[in-house]
Design a protein around this ligand. Structure first.
Ligand code: PEP
Ligand code: MG
Length: 322
């Protein structure tokens, strides 16, 4: 099987009835680019930039970040690269920021919330990204966006830094797409309004599931509630994809669900445009999608959306694959 998958490295990802999707890799450092390409990634769908901040005793400089982003963009050649701005907080701590302990870190001061408060940290990262933008096809996304206001503020800061750099004579790309992660239910619910303002969505199911089901993703006693195929999750995912398409935008997914064999038929049926997963899952996913008919998966998705339980959904998926 491995040998069969290997043949798919340079192939596009197309369903049996000719529908094309994009399979991208989740990476955590420039070192991961090699494996992404070797496994047939058509882009990077999520570069978690946290490692640049976590492996240190102080904030990374603009220069250091610029070098890392440039390395990833150059490494991926002209394939799209989505770099996520800092998502610290929750389970990821930065001791040197000495943030106060919180009772509910996953509901606390993290990601874009922290960046909009510590704009010094945010601006440094955006400048590094803007400077690197001429070395490839850069897309930027903001994590944990809960309100339109947060997106607008983040975008305004981005545009300010862009103008400053241009005034300094630094070349920056004019075609950087700006998107958001959809990982908070409020944003999935208002996706139609977000879709008018963002360039793309990337659904972060790891968090979206935990927040929708109110089940901490690290707590084993409630892990039975962590159900990617639950109809409530599928309905939110559909809402986000439809909202994007209605505005001529695209929707991807970078949570674990995107690489899950049982979820992929449903996601193809729901019309997901881009699937970002760990590099080692890409070829297997491509082999699977080549065997699926988009038309059949649309019917599957339609039924799954009207199911009442996870078990019913899984039963429908099994039947559709026979
Ligand atoms: C997610 O929440 O699905 C996601 C991709 O982000 P992270 O796992 O880094 O929180
Ligand atoms: Mg997340």
């Amino acid at each position: 099987q491995l040998a069969e998958w290997r043949k798919l490295v340079g192939e596009p990802t197309v369903s049996s009835d000719g529908h094309r999707v994009e399979l991208a890799a989740n990476i955590g450092s420039p070192k991961d680019v090699k494996a992404a390409l070797a496994n047939g990634a058509e882009g990077v769908g999520l570069f978690r930039t946290e490692f640049l901040y976590m492996d240190k005793t102080e904030l990374p400089s603009e220069e250091e970040q610029f070098e890392a982003y440039k390395a990833v963009l150059e490494g991926m050649k002209d394939k799209p690269v989505i770099i996520r701005t800092l998502d610290i907080g929750g389970d990821k701590e930065l001791p040197y920021l000495s943030l106060p302990k919180e009772l509910n870190p996953f509901l606390g001061f993290r990601a874009i919330r922290l960046c909009l408060d510590r704009t010094d940290i945010f601006r440094t990262q955006l400048r590094a990204l803007l400077r690197a933008s001429t070395y490839g096809k850069l897309r930027i996304m903001f994590p944990m966006v809960a309100t339109l206001d947060e997106f607008r503020k983040a975008k305004a800061i981005f545009l300010e830094e862009k103008e400053k750099l241009q005034a300094e004579g630094v070349p920056v790309s004019d075609s950087i797409q700006l998107g958001i992660m959809v990982e908070i239910p409020s944003t999935a619910v208002l996706a139609d309004l977000f879709a008018k303002e963002v360039d793309f969505f990337s659904i972060g199911t790891n968090d979206l599931i935990q927040y929708t089901m109110a089940a901490d993703r690290m707590n084993e006693r409630v892990s039975y509630l962590y159900q990617p195929y639950h109809p409530s999750i599928l309905r939110l995912v559909k809402r986000v994809i439809d909202a994007a398409h209605n505005e001529g935008k695209w929707a991807g997914m970078c949570g674990e669900m995107a690489g899950d064999e049982k979820a992929i038929p449903l996601l193809v049926g729901l019309g997901l445009d881009e699937f970002s997963m760990s590099a080692t899952s890409i070829l297997k996913a491509r082999a699977l999608i080549k065997k699926l008919s988009k038309a059949d998966m649309e019917q599957l998705a339609e039924k799954a959306l009207n199911a009442a339980t996870t078990d019913e959904v899984l039963q429908l998926v099994r039947e559709s694959l026979n």
